[in-house]
Design a protein. Structure first.
Length: 302
């Protein structure tokens, strides 16, 4: 492996630097090269002309896109925004990456599947999203693949951090004020800590451009094991006394967008290609709960 700092000797363009995953990437990518971090104000993915302008101005060798329209329920009524940001923008980014001779790293979701299976989904499994969010993310994946750009599309699931809006933060807040929390117990997936996802991304990128380019494609990046939301909540609140987590069926917690009842991603292809796998989700949850500080929200430097 090259010395990490020499891995990318032209700018690394990071998008979505204030998001849950983006903040963690902003903390680890500087070890690989000079990072130009953009939040929504610096680059609005809904504006294709702005995407082209920023990529051409920065002239990166690597683009890491952690930005997305992630409001799964709101997407049902904001289809245009969801498809613009999750569907079209990744295609524009990919075209610009190709033009700049850059590698694109992009993230997608288990919500591209309908969850009708009961065995983990590999990359070849047929997609069938149940929600606008899932359909918009699938469109983004397909636009990247169709562009012919050198790209890694990393599907993951149930993303959490100690910051931002996510299930872990919600459970911890609810536990401060309630004696009982009712949580869905008939949807199964894998929780994934943003720091582990960011570190795994940086670890493979540390090999440099030709290594990544030779391995371009679609991968499932996920911790091991599986859980229901209720089991995840019980693990988060394991050390909190005085609060009971009660399992309920999905029909007792209706949401605007349908979720796949089963979204476990099989990460075998990732492990075989890059030579490492993420630990079990319980191990990562413990590390997250014990971690000292979350990374600060980076200032956008573009
Ligand atoms: N969260 C999950 O459970 C989950 C599960 C599977 C896959 N993923 C995927 O993982 C990736 C990272 O997700 P995350 O949880 O870190 O998301 P997040 O915390 O919601 O962050 C997304 C970031 O994208 C930014 N953004 C939204 N619209 C934008 C636009 N038009 N232009 C530029 N930036 C925009 C947001 O900015 P603002 O703060 O200004 O809105 C936010 O900083 C995404 O690709 C997501 O689809 C997430």
């Amino acid at each position: 492996m090259k010395s990490p700092r020499a891995a990318w000797n032209a700018p690394i363009l990071l998008l979505g630097s204030r998001g849950q995953l983006g903040r963690e990437l902003a903390a680890v990518l500087p070890a690989l090269g000079n990072v130009v971090a953009c939040d929504r104000a610096a680059l609005d993915l809904a504006d294709p002309a702005m995407i082209s302008k920023v990529v051409r101005d920065v002239a990166p060798r690597l683009i890491v896109n952690a930005a997305a329209y992630t409001a799964v329920d709101r997407a049902e009524t904001e289809q245009q925004a969801a498809f613009a940001i999750n569907g079209r923008a990744p295609g524009v980014l990919a075209e610009e990456a190709k033009r700049a001779d850059a590698v694109l790293v992009h993230y997608s979701t288990d919500y591209v599947f309908d969850g009708a299976r009961r065995t983990p989904y590999d990359e070849a499994a047929p997609t069938h999203p149940l929600s606008v969010y899932g359909a918009s993310k699938l469109e983004g994946e397909q636009a990247i693949a169709a562009s012919g750009a050198l790209a890694l599309t990393l599907r993951t699931s149930w993303v959490y951090a100690r910051h931002g809006q996510n299930f872990l933060v919600t459970m911890q807040k609810l536990a401060d004020s309630r004696k009982e929390i009712r949580v869905v117990d008939d949807q199964t997936g894998v929780p994934n800590w943003t720091r582990a996802l960011a570190e795994a991304t940086a670890r493979l990128l540390a090999h440099g451009k030709s290594y990544v380019a030779e391995r371009a494609g679609l991968y499932h990046l996920s911790a091991g094991g599986q859980a229901t939301w209720c089991e995840f909540a019980q693990a988060i609140l394991r050390d909190r006394t005085g609060v009971r987590v009660t399992p309920i069926p999905t029909r007792e917690y209706p949401t605007a967008a349908a979720r796949p009842p089963y979204g476990v991603l099989d990460a075998t292809r990732f492990a075989r290609t890059f030579g490492f796998a993420l630990p079990e989700w319980q191990t990562l949850l413990q590390r997250c709960l014990q971690a000292d500080e979350e990374p600060p929200t980076p200032a956008a430097v573009h």
